[in-house]
Design a protein around this ligand. Structure first.
Ligand code: AMP
Length: 284
């Protein structure tokens, strides 16, 4: 695997790959890699001749300075994991290389920015849209791979690609979980063993709601949403920020459970002051 830190070198290498008519699969990450990230690399590797990963902890998308400062960094370990997964290139720019000056631009996302993560993390999706746009311009991949773990991020990136005509296919990959059901996340490294055990109840709640939603087809959503809140609130170590049952594609609120519709249960909760998100998409 070739590690690259400058944008100029990245462009040079990509030009070489293009000369060979190689298709490029791209996996943007913020590092502290786990099996969830590696599943995206494997998928990119399977369907493209060249696989490029990036590791960049993007300061623009952190609405909380403490969260940014505490974000885990383990570049040596990440490089080994990427090599083992067969990744061809790693782009690992510094903040000074990536943003020679702090961008004055912000991207107005629209309705998606007023719900769920958008509503609770002001400026987050603008930061995501800027970093992803810049990375797409630099890498110019054929396909880019994102995890359903960040369901709303996928919706924002699909909107970005459609509305700005990036000639890139966005591939969404399933959530990889621990045996306990806890969705893998770089932030899990900040949890104690006891914290991880408590956090696994978030997935139990999603499974509990899946059954309740399937039994509740044709009924209003609100009582089932309350059942989910009550389920999580019984655990002292979990502080729920939101639990919403929404339309799976638009992520907009629904009032009734229509047969045949796709709904998503989206949760954000704190365990040991670590903010965790998870979701489950359910076909009714
Ligand atoms: P991050 O490094 O957290 O920005 O994540 C980089 C990519 O990996 C994003 O597309 C995430 O959605 C994806 N990802 C993170 N956790 C998981 C997981 N548990 N399963 C699948 N994909 C994931």
């Amino acid at each position: 695997m070739i590690s690259i830190t400058s944008i100029q070198d990245l462009r040079r290498q990509i030009a070489q790959e293009r000369l060979k008519s190689h298709s490029i699969g791209f996996v943007p990450t913020m590092g502290a890699l786990h099996k969830g990230h590696i599943s995206l690399i494997k998928e990119a590797k399977k369907h493209n001749q060249t696989c490029i990963a990036s590791i960049f902890v993007n300061p623009l998308q952190f609405n909380n300075v403490e969260d940014f400062n505490k974000y885990p960094i383990q570049n040596e370990k990440d490089i080994q994991l990427l090599k083992d997964a067969g990744c061809d290139y790693l782009f690992l720019p510094s903040v000074a290389e990536f943003y020679p000056a702090t961008p004055k631009l912000s991207i107005h996302i629209g309705p998606l920015d007023r719900i769920l993560e958008g509503a609770h993390r002001p400026g987050h999706f603008s930061g995501v849209a800027i970093v992803v746009s810049k990375l797409f311009h630099m890498v110019m991949p054929d396909k880019a791979y994102f995890g359903q773990k960040d369901l709303q991020q996928v919706a924002v990136i699909n909107q970005l690609v459609n509305e700005l005509d990036f000639p890139i296919e966005i591939i969404t990959c399933p959530i990889i979980r621990e045996e306990s059901g806890l969705a893998m996340s770089s932030r899990n490294m900040r949890l104690s063993a006891a914290g991880k055990t408590v956090a696994a109840n978030i997935f139990l709640c999603l499974e509990f709601l899946e059954k309740a939603l399937k039994n509740g087809i044709g009924t209003p959503v609100q009582p089932i949403q309350k059942m989910g809140m009550d389920f999580l609130n019984q655990f002292e170590g979990i502080r729920v920020e939101y639990l919403e049952i929404v339309q799976a594609d638009t992520l907009q609120t629904i009032t009734h459970l229509e047969p045949g519709s796709n709904v998503a249960v989206c949760v954000a909760a704190y365990v040991e002051e670590v903010r965790l998100i998870d979701n489950l998409v359910i076909i009714l």
